[in-house]
Structures are given as structure tokens and as C-alpha cells.
Design a protein around this ligand. Structure first.
Ligand code: EPU
Length: 419
């Protein structure tokens, strides 16, 4: 298994390009199941999750070619309606095929995802929404078996105990594009990735309104065509490099990063004393000598993203004073804390809050990645630690950060991968 080795304490300086968003790409790829025509998707990041979704679509009978960050997806020979346990356990976002398969093929069989290192992650809201559209849904031998001769538009409330759900909104919105009549989703997710998906569906001929708000309205159409679409820049990748810059006392421009997708993150970085400058083609981050402690609460968009919680926690280890980071989306997403403490951090957990005492001088150590964003937090800690940090299980990182070693090296970090 590959490892990443980082020799810390180098200041990051220069420019990098923000890659396309993983979490926008995956449901957009699944939406290509809705049409018999060719779709072209640009600015797709070359990541293992994208390749996992490619293999799933190929098994379902689509022709998929990925070249130079462009995906060409065309209909092939229909090969079934099943996303197996293997697909879904490798990548939970495989569940994105449920809505499109049901709408287009009238039946779908998708493995239930099961447990996850960042928390329970049920899919009850996906099923609630599809049932509201008239689908017959059974759970059999660990699979969701969904059928419907013709989905019918309906009004529904799609919020759960932790607010809106991104992929439940994606599944229900895509299914509703081919339902008969009008669907109204209340407490829909309004993350930029959902907006990007809605824009693709509209290009394919769907009638969707309100997709920047918590109420999305969809008027069903008889069929959808092909489309050419561009994936938005990855706001979580951008946020991760912004935090890396702040932590290393750096000065970095992230080209293509969208300020309008990063409002809560920018607000918190500014409160910590970091200077953020809007450039015509991206965002420039300039660190100050000392980082001020801040309190952060993760929330659905436009709140602070849970996918940057681990990274901001790593940054607060360097702040002078006590910071509190509260996780409101996945209250158990704190696997990074024990590893950060092994590097010299002083973090305790109180229910869904991490209480971080700083400033700490972090030291390099062998650490283990537990999930994608926890891995990113360990990389950030490694960048400022004294000595060498050795991160194992980095396949998690390869799911969501395109060319991370190349990007960080180009900014002056001493980072390398060992096979
Ligand atoms: N939830 C339910 N029932 C459901 C669905 C979700 O209770 O049916 C709960 C979840 O357990 C969680 C909250 O609702 O407490 C929000 O989860 P959501 O459904 O929004 O998460 P997701 O759609 O499964 C996407 C991203 C995650 C990101 C979350 C939250 C993709 C492929 N994944 O997951 O990304 O953390 O939204 O923003 O888009 C990552 O990239 O590292 C990652 C985990």
C-alpha cells in the first residue's frame, strides 16, 4: 500500500489550479443514465471515485471514455439495473444511480450502503422521496429493490434530523425529471453541486426551478436528450489548500476557486486573521504571523462544510487560545483527532464538539488515514510539523484530491509518495 511522506515546516507559495468537483461529478455521471443520447462532461477530476462510477456505469451498459479531464458517456447495450454491494461498499455515492435507473428503466436494485467511518449515513430520505414519487420500494437481502411503471410528481418534505441531504436531493430531483406532473421538494439541499447537477439536467431538457434554494420544483418531461456540461471547481479542494496556506504562513493563489462557494470558509479564515483577496480568476490567501482561535459549526450550504471540519481542526491546533469546532452534519466524524493528538495536538472531544487548545508545536509521526477528509487534515498537520510525517492508507486521499503531491510540491512542500 502507498504511503505519503512529508517533511514539514516549509512555507507554501505560488499558484495552483482548482480541480473539478468530485461531489458534483458523481451524480452528474449517474444522470447520464436518463438519456439515450451522448453526454460530454468537462473539467472532471481524475480521481479513484470517478473511475469507480465509470466502472459502475459501464456495468450498467453505458459506454464511458475518460480522457484529459473529459468524460464522454454514450448509451450501449442495456445490461441490467443493479448496483452491487461491492460497488456501493467501495463508494457510497454509487447510490446516485438509484433515481436515474428507476426513472428510465422503471426498476433498480441498489445495495444498501451499511456503516461508514464518518457516521451512520442512512438513505431513508432517498427512499422517502422516491416513494413519494410513487415507487414501490422493498428491502431484500441488503438491497433496495425499487419499481415503478410511471413515477408521478408529488410534493414532499426531504429534511432529516441533520437538515437537508445532498444525494437524496440529487436522486429525487433526477428521478422527478421523468415523472408525470409536478414535483416540489421542500428542504432540498442547495449545495453548489446540486445546482451544477440541476443545470446539467436542464441542458438535457428537464424543467427545474428553484435549484439555488431549499424549494426545488420539477415539471416532468417525457424524455431527456444529451448535453455538454462543465463541472464546477471543487470548493472542498480549494478550502483545503486555503487552510494549508494559512497554516504554513504561506501566500498562494488558487486559480478558478469560486468565492461564492466558499463564503463561510472565507469568513472563518478572516476571523482567524488570514487575508483573503478575490482575484479575477480565483482566490489569493495570505497568512499572517499568528492565527487567532475561532469557533466553527458545520452546517448544510451556505454554512461551513463538514468536508472541511477535519482540516480547520488541524489549523486551530496552531491558534493561540481555545477553539471549538462543532460537527452538526456527522456528529461522529472525529477520527482525525486521535491521530492529530499523536502529532502533539491537544484536542478533547465533548459530544459533537472538538475543543482545541493551542498553539501547539506539532511533530512528525507515523499516522493512519481513516477517511478522505481526515487524511487531508493529516497532510496539513504534516506540512507544519517538525520532522517527517508518514501517512498510510492514502487510498482515501486519492478518492478526492487530484495530484495532491504534485500541487503541494509546486508550492514548495516536501512531499512524496512511497510505493
Ligand atoms: N441523512 C439521513 N438520511 C438520508 C440521507 C442523509 O439522515 O437518507 C443524514 C446523514 O446521515 C447526514 C446528513 O443527513 O447526517 C447529511 O448527509 P447527506 O445526505 O447530505 O450526505 P451525502 O449526500 O451522502 C454528500 C457528500 C459528502 C458530504 C455530505 C454533506 C457526495 C458524494 N458526498 O454526502 O462528501 O460530506 O454530502 O455535505 O456528494 C466527502 O466528499 O468527503 C464526503 C463525505
Amino acid at each position: 500500500m502507498d504511503k505519503i511522506l512529508i517533511k514539514g515546516q516549509n512555507r507554501l507559495k505560488g499558484k495552483i489550479k482548482n480541480s473539478g468537483s468530485k461531489n458534483a461529478t458523481l451524480p452528474i455521471m449517474a444522470a447520464c443514465l436518463l438519456t439515450k443520447e451522448r453526454c460530454v462532461i468537462n473539467n472532471v477530476p481524475n480521481l479513484s471515485d470517478v473511475r469507480t462510477m465509470m466502472r459502475l456505469l459501464q456495468r450498467l451498459g453505458l459506454k464511458v471514455v475518460f480522457n484529459h479531464n473529459t468524460l464522454i458517456i454514450e448509451p450501449g447495450n442495456y445490461k441490467g439495473d443493479t448496483a452491487t454491494y461491492k460497488s456501493v461498499s467501495v463508494m457510497r455515492a454509487s447510490v446516485c444511480v438509484l433515481g436515474p435507473l428507476l426513472a428510465r428503466q422503471k426498476h433498480a436494485k441498489v445495495s444498501l450502503p451499511g456503516g461508514c467511518v464518518i457516521g451512520p449515513r442512512p438513505i431513508n430520505l432517498h427512499l422517502k422521496g422516491l416513494k413519494a414519487l410513487g415507487a414501490d420500494i422493498d428491502i431484500s437481502r441488503g438491497y433496495v429493490v425499487a419499481k415503478s411503471k410511471q413515477l408521478k410528481g408529488s410534493d414532499m418534505y426531504l429534511g432529516g434530523a441533520f437538515g437537508s441531504s445532498v444525494l437524496a436531493t440529487a436522486n429525487v430531483m433526477t428521478a422527478a425529471t421523468l415523472a408525470k406532473g409536478k414535483t416540489r421538494i421542500e428542504n432540498a439541499a442547495c449545495e453548489p453541486e446540486i445546482v451544477n447537477l440541476a443545470e446539467m439536467l436542464i441542458k438535457m431538457g428537464a424543467k427545474i426551478k428553484g435549484h439555488r434554494t431549499h424549494i426545488i420544483e420539477i415539471e416532468g418531461v417525457k424524455k431527456l436528450g444529451g448535453a455538454t456540461h462543465t463541472i464546477i471547481p471543487d470548493r472542498i479542494e480549494a478550502g483545503t489548500y486555503m487552510i494549508a496556506t494559512a497554516m504554513t504562513g504561506g501566500d498562494v493563489t488558487i486559480e478558478d476557486a469560486r468565492i461564492e462557494h466558499l463564503g463561510a470558509v472565507i469568513d472563518k479564515l478572516k476571523a482567524a486573521g488570514i487575508s483573503i483577496i478575490k482575484k479575477h480568476n480565483g482566490i489569493k490567501v495570505k497568512a499572517t504571523k499568528s492565527i487567532r482561535p475561532i469557533d466553527v459549526v458545520t452546517l448544510p450550504f451556505p454554512g461551513f462544510p463538514t468536508d472541511l471540519q477535519a482540516q480547520i481542526t488541524a489549523m486551530m491546533c496552531l491558534a493561540k487560545g481555545i477553539s471549538i469546532v462543532t460537527e452538526k452534519i456527522y456528529p461522529e466524524r472525529f477520527m482525525h483527532i486521535s491521530e492529530l493528538n499523536r502529532m502533539g495536538a491537544d484536542i478533547i472531544l465533548e459530544s459533537e464538539s472538538a475543543i482545541i487548545k493551542g498553539p501547539r508545536n506539532l511533530t512528525g509521526a507515523p499516522v493512519m488515514a481513516s477517511d478522505l477528509r481526515a487524511s487531508a487534515a493529516l497532510v496539513l498537520a504534516g506540512l507544519v510539523a517538525k520532522g517527517t510525517t508518514e501517512i498510510s492508507r492514502i487510498y482515501h486521499l486519492d478518492r478526492g484530491y487530484e495530484q495532491i503531491e504534485r500541487k503541494l510540491s509546486s508550492l514548495g512542500a516536501h512531499i512524496r509518495r512511497e510505493k
